[in-house]
Design a protein around this ligand. Structure first.
Ligand code: G3H
Ligand code: 13P
Ligand code: ZN
Length: 328
């Protein structure tokens, strides 16, 4: 059954758990997430980026989600637009059955230039006004994702701000967050706290100074009922990096967001945790493995089935770690 982000995150807040939001681009990812959710009885957030919608086609995505709702009628599913860059992206998502949209006004419509506070507040409020009249939830974002280590926005990973950003831009200001939520009436707020998109988040295992958990705590102290969203929350597990490289991959050593840090965030109001990179890595490590081990193999299913299984295991683990398991 389809539910809104608001319905799901209100439940998560009441029972003190977090919900991973996994990105979807194809049938195998959708099936992997649903199988994991079914195995542990977890509610689901499926999110599609603009890139995913262009890749898979809106109708294909919408019908795939309808299909898994028929296959798993007992699992609540929220279909969410990830990183909407303007009003039309959000509204066309709604027309395609999405029950939640992210209006990412932290960047201008080009999705790479950091936007002014006024621009962000204005465009997010407009989306919320319309979305709420048709019962759709809205996620906003305040602050730009990027590395506190290098000061660089995460454009290099294919997403987000370009160029070097100031500390002020890389960390959400709690005062501004209060004003933003009041003015826009968003259902959930993505914050900048030292995470960034993609595999290359940290050049060493992150400690308290790299990940600004104090920002989460302060925003939660001021607005205890607000649902916070952590983007760039892949953990980039060392064993997945090793598996990828074992089969001919050449991924430089990197570190992601430790699960323990996310669990800490969940104690302070983080309710939606965005994960794409881990799923990609889990799948493509298996492609590499099959391609290397059986060079004569040419049935795509022989690649996709192990890839799906690896992604299912990853998703199931996150459902358990975030307390989502048992909450469907
Ligand atoms: O926010 C970034 C997600 O990983 C989606 O990435 O735009 O390449 O589909 P994408
Ligand atoms: P990762 O690249 O860390 O998986 O982040 C995904 C994300 O934030 C999607 O919006
Ligand atoms: Zn994101």
């Amino acid at each position: 059954a389809r539910i809104t982000l608001r319905q799901l995150l209100d439940h998560a807040a009441e029972y003190g758990y977090g919900v991973p939001a996994f990105n979807i681009n194809n049938m195998e990812q959708v099936l992997a997430i649903m199988a994991a959710a079914k195995a542990v009885d977890a509610p689901v957030i499926l999110q599609a980026s603009r890139g995913a919608r262009a890749y898979a086609n809106d109708t294909m995505l919408a019908k795939m989600v309808e299909a898994v709702e028929l296959i798993y009628p007992e699992i609540p599913v929220c279909l969410h637009q990830d990183h909407g860059n303007d009003q039309s992206t959000c509204f066309s998502a709604i027309q395609n059955g999405f029950t939640s949209v992210m209006m990412d006004g932290s960047l201008e419509a080009d999705a790479k230039t950091p936007a002014s506070y006024e621009y962000n507040e204005n465009i997010t409020r407009k989306v919320t006004e319309t979305a709420h009249t048709v019962g759709v939830s809205v996620e906003g974002e305040l602050g730009c994702l990027g590395s506190l280590e290098t000061g660089k926005g995460d454009k290099e990973d294919g997403h987000g701000a370009e160029g070097t950003l100031s500390h002020d831009q890389l960390l959400t200001d709690p005062d501004q967050a209060v004003a933003f939520v009041r003015a826009t009436r968003v259902d959930a707020l993505a914050i900048a706290m030292g995470t960034s998109h993609g595999a290359y988040k940290f050049s060493r295992a992150p400690t308290g100074d790299i990940l600004a958990m104090n920002v989460v705590k302060e925003i939660n102290r001021r607005m205890p009922g607000l649902h916070l969203v952590m983007h760039g929350s892949s953990s980039v597990p060392q064993d997945l990096q090793e598996e990828f490289n074992r089969w001919g991959g050449a991924m430089p050593q990197t570190w992601g967001v430790p699960v323990a840090e996310i669990q800490q965030g969940i104690k302070y109001g983080v309710r939606k945790v965005n994960i794409d990179t881990d799923c990609r890595l889990a799948m493509t490590a298996q492609f590499r493995k099959i391609a290397t081990k059986d060079k004569a193999e040419f049935d795509p299913r022989k690649f996709l089935k192990p890839a799906m299984d690896a992604m299912r295991a990853l998703c199931q683990q996150r459902y358990e770690e975030f307390g989502t398991a048992g909450q469907a």
